[in-house]
Ligand binder design. Sequence first.
Ligand SMILES: Nc1nc2c(c(=O)[nH]1)N[C@H]1C(S)=C(S)[C@@H](COP(=O)(O)O)O[C@H]1N2
Ligand SMILES: [Mo]
Length: 197
Amino acid sequence: MAIFSRGFTGRPREAQPDLPPGQFLTEDFPVLSAGPTPTIAEADWSFTIKTELGATHSWSWDELQALPFEDVHTDIHCVTRWSKLATNWRGVSMDTLFADVESSYDYVMVHSTGGYTTNLPLEDILDGQAWITTEFDGEPLEPDHGGPARMIVPHLYFWKSAKWVRGITMQRSDAPGFWEQNGYHTYGNPWREERYS
Ligand SMILES: Nc1nc2c(c(=O)[nH]1)N[C@H]1C(S)=C(S)[C@@H](COP(=O)(O)O)O[C@H]1N2
Ligand SMILES: [Mo]
């Protein structure tokens, strides 16, 4: 365990059945961003779902606040091998946001301020599997962690959880996003160690 850097507790997986293979527990909350942290005022924030028919479904910050929020208690797993167990978020389920969206496409591209993108099958963000979150541990989400709002898709590696999320575009095929174009796996199931393509 000495080969791992400080911050990793390095308990073996046998003692931690909640840890996917090759992952190590951390009590910290590392920040991993491909670019600088943007400053986004709540008043300037909006979220838009676009379909292949040109329809758009948009929410301002205030409109998002008016939707039902859920407490989400979940483990998260980063492809760089840290996992954090039992994290606490508060956010709006993608099921709520997709309730009136009509599309025959099976994939989505998630877009963030700053140009980050990540691709997902639509079915992986529905049925209580993904949220737009605005709080972590009972506090407003910090800018470094994606505040004022980020997506979380906790059953996949954490690069699928777009910080500073701004929108989703329906896709006919599973075209790759930012990290997926740069060698990460198109799907990213941590339990199958789908790290790289
Ligand atoms: N917009 C945006 N979202 C992003 C990233 C990014 O660089 N930009 N990095 C991804 C990666 S690789 C990881 S591991 C997590 C890290 O989230 P954290 O910094 O809150 O730990 O955010 C993901 N979402
Ligand atoms: Mo990551």
